[in-house]
Design a protein around this ligand. Sequence first.
Ligand SMILES: CC(C)=CCC/C(C)=C/COP(=O)(O)O
Length: 293
Amino acid sequence: MPSPRRSVEGRPLGASASSSSSSNSPGSPAHGGGCNRFEFQSLLSSRAPVADPTCARLRASESPVHRRGSFPLAAPGPSQGAPLPEEDRMDLNPSFLGIALRSLLAIDLWLSKKLGVCAGESSSWGSGRPLMKLLEISGHGIPWLLGTLYCLSRSDSWAGREVLMNLLFALLLDLLLVALIKGLVRRRRPAHNQMDMFFTLSVDKYSFPSGHATRAALVSRFILNHLVLAIPLRVLVVLWAFILGLSRVMLGRHNVTDVAFGLFLGYMQYSIVDYCWLSPHNVPVLFVLWNEP
Ligand SMILES: CC(C)=CCC/C(C)=C/COP(=O)(O)O
């Protein structure tokens, strides 16, 4: 026997269903619409009693949200147990920011997988993998550190030494900040990545942010500000940074957001370096290694 239930408008549903001559009318249990009404009820009030357990089970298993194994739409009524916990009720009404972040993450994973065309030899662009790995070496920390130290040892002008000393400081600051953030965020590299990178640190098992992207943005901004270059070369420097960033996703090393944030972070790191610019006037101790050229 149907128990009296309240509809959305406040009318008793049981009465209308039993008094109606057509049991196939939308909303009646025979039509399958009875469950729909329950759906409205449970969404509007998590405390609404679930009068028909068969309907409740059907509703829970049919719900696409339930199938995905996410938050429960059908709250157990007082007849079934405790009221819905606070955190679940908050899930029923997720914030705009939460939805936006989850959507961004889903798009990020989907796009990164699509772009990971050189992730393995058997990938669709697998033959381009050696070229991508060459780009990887061009943005690796070791060649940049060794190259800067070598140029520093060969430099015969104060101005050159000052610039190279600051480039060295920038590279070390970058390594430190990236290691710190990677260690804090601990985002795993994409599943399709082959961990065959040359000389990595322990935090490099994590992917956020991309260390190559931060270095590329930092070094390019540094070069553009401290080297006098012809326009085509300046364009080439900027292109190198962006192509290196893209190659990280194509190689399957990173998700798009790792690279996007990496480029942003590298760009901002240059501002820190510029602000703390080392010179013989503010840190003479760094420059005492050299005699006047
Ligand atoms: C050992 C030194 C000096 C640098 C490590 C460079 C490296 C392997 C960074 C990882 O970059 P991604 O985060 O882009 O994969």
